[in-house]
Design a protein around this ligand. Structure first.
Ligand SMILES: [Zn+2]
Length: 327
């Protein structure tokens, strides 16, 4: 059992939850959202939904009460100052650039008068591209195969009655496979005899991104094609980092100095990726691993972010912030 999980269990047993919450350290806390709304309404991947609009409203209210919400600009200043955080700071981040960030999240953020940052995979803007995870989820929902096995996989995945966890398991197998997601999609399409295309993609337009900026929000890059960066050649890696930044700066009135790693776990970035970010003019980068950043200036390209799961209540949030590791 990992130490943080053991500590959480013991803390609960010994009645120390509120002690740990009250005494959570100063540092940078970051939250990462993806889609906002209901996963039941989309033809695509339901597992990308972080919370409903109402839940977002509650979460932001709670965060404002207990943390000092700062922008990326303020975070970069904090990092440059090299001084340890003297407060519990919070950065609110959204990855991928789904249109519900504009329709559902923006009104809530404006209501609470907080700045959030949106990390955009530029290959998904303004061209109706459906990303690989949404294509696979769509195919599973439409054709309902009872099991899936692809040539690069070790074992088949069998439907056990819960469509969401079935989709999640299939997407995990796709991520682990040595073949690219696009190659795997072609194989699934062939297996299911799919030849009729996909519904319209659900991403923000350049115009909507411009409005986000005009409303005081900030924009970062999330690569161009949302590929796993450690699987790329040097040239492909350079393209993903530089082209996404260049496009954002070409179409939007902003300087892009922040990045979030696609997928974001430990296997999806390394020193070569970090060197690439530094050389392309990025100042900070976020992973998708939970944890409190006690000294963000020590690892500005390895900033940890907490996930948000649907139906997380206040107690779950407090628990998450209290017991997760420090970096
Ligand atoms: Zn992403």
């Amino acid at each position: 059992m990992k130490f943080s999980r053991l500590k959480r269990k013991l803390g609960g047993l010994l009645g120390l939850d509120s002690y740990y919450w009250e005494n959570r350290p100063n540092g940078l806390y970051c939250l990462n959202f993806h889609r906002i709304g209901s996963g039941e309404d989309t033809p695509f991947d339901p597992c990308v939904f972080s919370c409903s609009t109402n839940e977002l409203d509650n979460h932001i209210g709670f965060i404002k009460q207990h943390f000092a919400v700062i922008s990326l600009t303020e975070l970069e200043q904090l990092i440059k100052s090299k001084s340890p955080p003297t407060k519990r700071y919070m950065c609110l981040t959204f990855d991928d650039g789904y249109v519900d960030n504009f329709t559902n999240a923006l009104p809530v953020l404006k209501k609470h008068n907080v700045t959030a940052s949106f990390f955009i995979a530029t290959g998904l803007v303004g061209n109706n591209t459906v990303p690989w995870w949404d294509k696979i989820a769509y195919l599973i929902k439409r054709y309902k195969p009872s099991e899936v096995i692809l040539s690069g996989w070790n074992q088949k995945i069998i439907y056990s009655g819960n469509q969401e966890s079935y989709i999640r398991d299939i997407l995990s197998a796709v991520k682990l496979c040595k073949y690219s997601a696009n190659e795997q999609i072609l194989e699934i399409e062939r297996e299911l005899s799919h030849s009729t295309g996909y519904p319209d993609a659900e991403f923000m337009s350049w115009e909507q991104l411009n409005t986000l900026l005009a409303e005081g929000m900030e924009i970062g890059a999330h690569s161009h094609n949302h590929d796993i960066l450690t699987k790329l050649t040097d040239d492909e890696l350079f393209y993903e980092l530089s082209h996404s930044k260049a496009l954002l700066e070409q179409y939007l009135p902003c300087q892009v100095t922040a990045f979030s790693y696609p997928v974001g776990n430990k296997s999806t970035y390394n020193q070569k990726v970090i060197d690439g970010l530094r050389n392309t003019g990025y100042q900070i980068a976020f992973n998708f691993l939970p944890g409190v950043n006690i000294s963000p200036s020590n690892s500005p390209y390895d900033l940890h972010r907490f996930p948000i799961a649907p139906e997380a209540d206040e107690a779950a949030l407090k628990n998450m912030f209290s017991y997760t590791g420090k970096f």
